[in-house]
Write a protein that binds this ligand. Sequence first.
Ligand code: ZN
Length: 118
Amino acid sequence: MSAPIPQQAKSKSLRACLLCSIILSPADFRKIGCPNCEDIMQLKGSPDRIAVCTTTSFEGVIAAINPESSWVARWQRTTNYARGMYAAYVKGRVPEDVEAELENKGIKYRPRDQSDLD
Ligand SMILES: [Zn+2]
């Protein structure tokens, strides 16, 4: 699966998923949700969820051709990560209810605005 590649990677209107760092336009998040973590984030058709689970505060756009090697691979069972644009740095963290849901699934959430130590 491939995520839509935003036409203007530097556009301030683009948003990054707080969980997997993929970058999409708000319209794409509304239309398809997050290609990697929609089952947890449930962004599709939910502007309110998009507002709290994605952010415009990100830096360092990376075109991820092999996102299997990213941190996402540690908790996603599938290796079918969306190819697309990812942010190197995302400010903020997921809402507490999302974090609780991750814990229920045995996933330890790491905010993407801290350096990964392992
Ligand atoms: Zn995501």
